[in-house]
Design a protein around this ligand. Structure first.
Ligand code: SF4
Length: 360
């Protein structure tokens, strides 16, 4: 059986569970860093298959969940105060609370907010509506950042003047470094998000593993992938041998995707980024370079982000740091439910609270 078939093999999954049970001798906390992994872990009851010594923690793996409230407020204000504006956004953002209300409420108040399935849809909207201003709400990690960069690149090439990007784009290694350096960070091993690594490559992860003496398993999204990532992580922990293990090599080359990074580097540069629940972190986001500033919504409309800290009792920040789980939140399943979310993690399809509410 080759690598492309084995990840769907239930027997291999059972063998991995047995192997994990066999090698685990002590308590270990393993953190995943992708909403897709979090949902697969909850959906397939992976934590329940593991020995009781292993605890699975859920880090900052959902870009919608870490998009700050004031960026949502900015999108809402632009759409409501300017009838010429069309906001293009992924559907996941529609019900994420801003500081007053969400995009869905703004739409019901008359704002022209359109759901897209790819950032390139916004380019099409701009070309079809030359007299309107199209704002692409650009959300994501390094996985979607290159596609957003491609939109700017194509728009520039085609001389499209009525499109700009309101960016909320995040870089994963800087936030991991922030977490690893926290004095109360007590996670032992990390499952890195395979799709992010397929773009970035592994060099940052080698540095993090070496500097913080933490095993990092680059992990996929199928149940067997996740079990294999956990197995390689526990094996390293038990042997006190800390490095990066590529447990998703069918998709992740060591050097990542140089073509995607080329377009990323052409359009964006690292910038300070506000993470909902974690605050402002240096060089943890992407901003549009000066050369392409006409595509930057904040510059085009002379807007300054306010970096609001919204105190709504949401403990998503504590969950991302590995200090709490959704069930520790006093609002979980009570004041905060998918139909009436207090925090973004309850409403996004990659949100950790949404996963626990749906599957646990
Ligand atoms: S249950 Fe709701 S309020 Fe509590 S941490 Fe999750 S999203 Fe935030």
């Amino acid at each position: 059986m080759n690598q492309k078939e084995i990840y769907r093999d239930a027997n291999y999954g059972k063998q991995l569970v047995t192997a994990i049970r066999k090698i685990t001798t002590r308590p270990w906390k393993i953190m995943d860093t992708c909403g897709g992994q979090t949902h697969a872990i909850a959906r397939y009851r992976i934590e329940e298959m593991l020995p009781p010594e292993i605890s699975l923690i859920h880090g900052p793996g959902c870009p919608v969940c870490v998009t700050p409230a004031d960026t949502i407020d900015t999108a809402i204000e632009l759409a409501l105060n300017n009838k010429n504006v069309i906001i293009s956004t992924f559907g996941d953002m529609m019900r994420v609370p801003g500081s007053k209300y969400d995009l869905l409420t703004a739409k019901s108040l008359g704002a022209d907010i359109r759901i897209i399935y790819s950032p390139l849809d916004a380019l099409k909207t701009a070309m079809e509506n030359p007299s309107r201003e199209v704002i692409l709400f650009a959300i994501g990690f390094e996985t979607t950042a290159p596609v957003h960069a491609q939109v700017v690149y194509e728009s520039s090439k085609r001389k499209i003047r009525n499109l700009s990007l309101l960016t909320s784009l995040f870089a994963v290694p800087p936030v991991l470094e922030h977490l690893f350096a926290l004095p109360d960070f007590s996670v032992d091993g990390l499952l890195a998000a395979g799709h992010v690594c397929s773009i970035t490559g592994l060099s940052d992860y080698h540095r993090l593993s070496r500097n913080y003496q933490i095993p990092i398993s680059v992990t996929g999204f199928e149940p067997v992938d996740i079990l294999y990532g956990i197995y390689t992580n526990i094996r390293q922990l038990e042997e006190a041998d800390y490095s990066v293990c590529n447990a998703y090599s069918r998709m992740v080359p060591e050097e990542g995707n140089p073509k995607a990074r080329l377009v990323l580097d052409e359009i964006f540069e690292p910038s300070v980024q506000n993470w909902r629940g974690l605050g402002s972190l240096p060089a943890s986001g992407f901003k549009i370079k000066e050369k392409y500033k006409s595509f930057d919504t904040l510059k085009r409309y002379s807007i300054k982000n306010k970096c609001l800290i919204k105190d709504d009792g949401c403990i998503a920040g504590e969950i991302m740091k590995g200090i709490a789980k959704p069930v520790n939140c006093p609002h979980f399943g009570k004041a905060c439910r998918p139909e009436s979310p207090l925090g973004a993690a309850m409403v996004s399809s990659e949100g950790v609270c949404a996963a626990y509410y749906k599957y646990k």
